[in-house]
Design a protein around this ligand. Structure first.
Ligand code: PMP
Length: 407
C-alpha cells in the first residue's frame, strides 16, 4: 500500500460520520483512545455470535476454535513488533497492567534495598506510580531524568544517572502529554553498556509508526489495544525471554499453573505463567483484526501521513495570537499540546465541544510534566491517520472562536 487514499480510509470509521452539537464531529482525542474501524467491530461481533467459549481448557470444538482465534493474535503481534519468539508476547489488559506486571514481578526478583529505578520527567502516571509503589516496598529509589525546555531528555544527565545500582530504566517511547519522541534506541544502548534492562512504555508509539523491539533491543515493551483501532481492556507486554524466565508470576489462579497441590504448586511457562484466569478473549480477537487493518494500510504510510498533519497543524495553531505550544521538540508524534496565558484549557475544550470538536484538556495523567512547564493543564489535540487538513482547519477556527468569547 504505497499510495494510500487516506480520505477513503475515513469511511472505515462510521463513528466519524456523526453530528455533535449540530456540527460534524472532529475527533482529535486519539491519544486518549482511537476510534474503531468497522472490520474490528464486526470481528468482535462475529466472535460473540458464533465462536465464543472459554479458551485453553476445552476439549470441545468450540473452545478450540476460540483458543485458535485468541492465540492467532499472539502470532500477529509478534510479527507486528518483530519479537523473536511468540512466547515473549504476554497478554494484559493494557499498558498500565503491563507496567504493573513488570514492576511487581521483575521487582520481586531484581529490585532490592538501595536499588535505583530510572524514569524521565515527562512520563505518564502509569510509568511512575507502579515504580514508586515497588520502590517503597523494597527500599529502592525512583530517580528522574530531567528534560529541557523543548521537552527532550538532557542526555548527559541521563548517562550520569546510570550506575551500578540502577535496576531498570523505564521510559516512554512517545510522551502522551507533549508528543516528544524519546531517543529510546540510544537510551537502551547506553543502559546496556552497564547491563541495565530497559522497559519502554510504547502506548503512544506503536499506533503511530513501525516499532521493531529487536531493532531497539528493548527488554520490555508495553502498549494498549484501544489506542490503535482495537477494543479497550486489552494490551501487550513484550518481554525478553531471558527476563521472563527469571520472573515470578504476578497473579495466581487458573491457566498460569503447571501442577497444584496443598504441598506444592508449580507454574506454567511464559507467557501463560503471567496470564491467570479467563482472559479478555473477544478483545484479543478484535485486536488481531486491528493489527491486520493497520498492517494493510502500512505503519510507514501512517507515520508519514500523520507527520504531515502534525506539521500542518503546528504551523496553523502557532498562527493564532497568544497560543503557546508546550513541547517544542522537532522529534514529535501525533500530539499538539497548547495553552493560552489568559484562557484556561478547560474553557478552550468546552467551547470546542460546543462546535463538535473533541480534544482533551487537563494534566493528561502527567502532573510532573505540567509542573515542569509551569502550567496547570494544557489543551491537547492528538492526530490519527484518519484525520485530515479540514479537521485541523476546523480546530483552528474553533480556537479562534473560543478566544473571541473569552477576550
Ligand atoms: N502510557 C502512556 C504514554 C499513555 O499515553 C497511556 C494512556 N493514556 C498509558 C500509559 C496508559 O495506558 P492504558 O490506560 O491503556 O493502560
Amino acid at each position: 500500500a504505497e499510495n494510500v487514499d487516506f480520505e477513503s480510509v475515513r469511511d472505515d470509521f462510521p463513528v466519524l460520520d456523526q453530528q455533535v452539537k449540530d456540527n460534524p464531529l472532529v475527533y482529535l482525542d486519539n491519544a486518549a483512545s482511537s476510534q474503531m474501524p468497522s472490520c474490528v467491530a464486526d470481528r468482535i461481533d462475529a466472535y460473540h455470535r458464533n465462536e465464543h467459549a472459554n479458551v485453553h481448557r476445552g476439549i470441545h470444538t468450540l473452545s478450540q476454535k476460540a483458543t485458535d482465534a485468541y492465540e492467532l493474535a499472539r502470532k500477529k503481534i509478534r510479527h507486528f513488533i518483530n519479537a523473536e519468539h511468540e512466547d515473549e508476547i504476554i497478554y494484559t489488559t493494557g499498558t498500565t497492567d503491563s507496567i504493573n506486571l513488570v514492576a511487581n514481578s521483575f521487582g520481586e526478583r531484581f529490585i532490592e534495598q538501595g536499588a535505583e529505578i530510572l524514569v524521565t520527567e515527562i512520563e505518564h502516571h502509569a510509568n511512575i506510580v507502579p515504580w514508586q509503589m515497588i520502590a517503597e516496598r523494597y527500599g529502592a529509589k525512583v530517580q528522574v531524568v530531567p528534560v529541557n525546555d523543548d521537552g527532550e531528555i538532557i542526555w548527559d544527565e541521563y548517562v550520569a544517572l546510570l550506575n551500578e545500582n540502577t535496576a531498570i530504566v523505564a521510559v516512554g517511547h512517545v510522551s502522551n502529554a507533549l508528543g516528544t519522541i524519546h531517543p529510546v534506541k540510544k537510551m537502551i544502548e547506553a543502559a546496556h553498556t552497564q547491563d541495565i534492562p530497559v522497559l519502554v512504555d510504547g502506548a503512544q508509539a506503536v499506533p503511530h509508526s513501525p516499532v521493531d523491539v529487536q531493532g531497539l533491543d528493548a527488554d520490555f515493551y508495553a502498549f494498549s489495544s484501544h489506542k490503535m483501532c482495537g477494543p479497550t481492556g486489552f494490551g501487550i507486554l513484550y518481554g525478553k525471554k531471558k527476563y521472563l524466565e527469571e520472573m515470578p508470576p504476578y497473579r495466581g489462579g487458573g491457566d498460569m499453573i503447571d501442577k497444584v497441590s496443598f504441598e506444592e504448586t508449580t507454574y506454567n511457562i511464559s507467557p501463560h505463567k503471567f496470564e491467570a484466569g479467563t482472559p479478555p478473549i473477544a478483545a484479543g480477537v478484535g485486536f488481531a483484526e486491528a493489527i491486520d487493518y493497520l498492517s494493510n494500510i502500512g505503519m510507514q504510510n501512517i507515520a508519514h501521513h500523520e507527520q504531515e498533519l502534525l506539521e500542518y497543524g503546528t504551523e496553523q495553531l502557532l498562527s493564532i495570537d497568544g497560543l503557546r505550544v508546550i513541547g517544542t521538540s522537532k522529534k514529535k508524534a501525533s500530539v499538539i499540546s497548547f495553552v493560552f496565558d489568559d484562557i484556561h484549557a478547560t474553557d478552550v475544550g468546552t467551547i470546542l465541544d460546543e462546535q463538535g470538536i473533541a480534544i482533551r484538556t487537563g494534566h493528561h495523567c502527567a502532573q510532573p510534566t505540567m509542573r515542569r512547564f509551569n502550567v496547570p493543564a494544557t489543551a491537547r489535540a492528538s492526530i490519527s491517520f484518519y484525520n485530515n487538513r479540514e479537521d485541523i482547519d476546523r480546530l483552528v477556527a474553533g480556537i479562534k472562536k473560543a478566544k473571541s468569547i473569552f477576550e
